[in-house]
Ligand binder design. Structure first.
Ligand SMILES: Cc1cc2nc3c(=O)[nH]c(=O)nc-3n(C[C@H](O)[C@H](O)[C@H](O)COP(=O)(O)OP(=O)(O)OC[C@H]3O[C@@H](n4cnc5c(N)ncnc54)[C@H](O)[C@@H]3O)c2cc1C
Length: 374
């Protein structure tokens, strides 16, 4: 069994790792002369993600956060996650994954832009990990057609040792998305996302202003963030997509590392059980998409109607729900937060109060939750 993987971004690398671990031969093709370029990702992941990536991710950990400060338009609240949230050195991670892949016997071909899949017809399975900008997955009619956000990170040489990183939902520091502040000791990252490209510059300036940045940036990088799963076609015959190419990202944040690591791990487990590669991979992807769908509508609501974030903070805070759920929050399964709030002792009072004060938004929220949990 021989598999070709096209694209040595994070998804191509993590799936190659788990294929090799399943004793499958892998050839990985990348158009650049190295991995990690162009740099685009903030590198914020859950502890679960680093566990799924494996021991190798430990060397790229830059900082562990106690949790995330959730900020709405006017209100904010620190949320403690059940396990630390981690900032990874994304370029280092890809280099380490590449070395690991070679150690496991995988073959890597750099400077190799695949233009025509017929040249790979000898392979039993062809995996397209060519990213959101890739042409190959489009040429065979598979992949993501949903919502894209223009995302940008700026690094500033400013000292900050906060224990939380911050995400802010509002229409000023971002456009139908959110902005973020990541304190890393000797430097900080401020980033934002915009649904409309023409709004990105203003959002970026406003985010810098909001987070109190007056100095000039030392580094800028970014790219397209996929936000919101669609019903992408995943496979045609022996050709199957993974990663950004098929929109395998978390709906709220656009984070791609968790869903890809989870799917690669699940695929490996199914192969070990005796299922063939492509069926194992397809089943793993379908399972993960099922999970991601559960937070799709609520994510979109928070990004497009950020006043709801303030209302949740206000009502949940008043009834002590935040206190009850703090320390139990799962960073990957965002909808879990809402479910835990409704399961808490104060849920009846919370629902009554929310409905009374913000009836329209209450119905919007309830509709989104029901739609996601269907
Ligand atoms: C601003 C920003 C911030 C982000 N922050 C986070 C975060 O904090 N946490 C998180 O989990 N995720 C984050 N993400 C998302 C995450 O970075 C992506 O989901 C992930 O990098 C996607 O990996 P990929 O391998 O699918 O695609 P890519 O990284 O795009 O890799 C595709 C690769 O395929 C190669 N390629 C394309 N076509 C061909 C071809 N024909 N032949 C050969 N090679 C080809 C490309 O050169 C590239 O190397 C962020 C994204 C952005 C833009």
């Amino acid at each position: 069994m021989k598999v070709a993987v096209i694209g040595a971004g994070f998804s191509g690398l993590i799936f190659s790792k788990y294929l090799l671990k399943s004793n499958i031969e892998v050839d990985l093709y990348e158009e650049h002369d190295r991995v990690g370029v162009p740099e685009h990702c903030t590198g914020i992941v859950s502890t679960a993600t680093t566990n799924l990536i494996g021991q190798i991710s430990r060397k790229s950990i830059i900082k562990e956060f106690k949790g995330v400060k959730l900020l709405g338009i006017k209100k904010g609240i620190p949320l403690i996650t059940s396990k630390p949230i981690i900032k990874l050195d994304r370029v280092r991670l890809e280099v380490d994954l590449l070395n690991d892949l070679r150690d496991r016997g995988g073959r890597v071909f750099f400077n190799k832009r695949i233009k025509d899949l017929s040249a790979l017809s000898d392979y039993d399975v062809i995996i397209l990990a060519d990213g959101i900008n890739g042409y190959l997955h489009k040429s065979v009619g598979i992949g993501f057609h949903g919502r894209r956000i223009y995302g940008i990170n700026q690094e500033f040489c400013i000292e900050s040792n906060e224990e939380y990183f911050e995400v802010k939902f509002d229409p000023v520091t971002s456009n139908n998305f959110f902005s973020w502040f990541v304190p890393l000791g000797e430097k900080i990252i401020v980033g934002t996302g915009a649904e409309k490209m023409r709004k990105l510059k203003d959002a970026q300036r406003n985010a810098r202003e909001y987070f109190g940045i007056k100095s000039k940036e030392c580094k800028t990088y970014g790219g397209i963030i996929i936000s919101g799963v669609d019903d992408a076609k995943l496979r045609t015959g022996k050709i199957i997509g993974i990663g950004d190419a098929i929109g395998l990202t978390k709906p709220l944040t656009g984070g791609g590392l968790y869903p890809n690591s989870l799917s690669a791990y699940l695929m490996h487990k199914l192969i070990l059980k005796g299922y063939n590669v492509i069926e194992s991979l397809e089943a793993a992807l379908n399972f993960t998409f099922g999970l991601l769908h559960k937070s799709k509508s609520i994510s979109l609501l928070m990004q497009r109607k950020p006043e709801i974030v303030d209302e949740i903070i206000e009502v949940a805070g008043k009834h002590g729900v935040i206190k009850q759920i703090n320390g139990k929050i799962d960073y990957d399964l965002h909808f879990d937060l809402i479910r835990k709030a409704f399961e808490s002792d104060a849920s009846t009072a919370l629902v009554r109060d929310f409905l009374k004060k913000y009836p329209l938004d209450f119905f919007r929220l309830a509709f989104a939750v029901i739609k996601d949990l269907r």
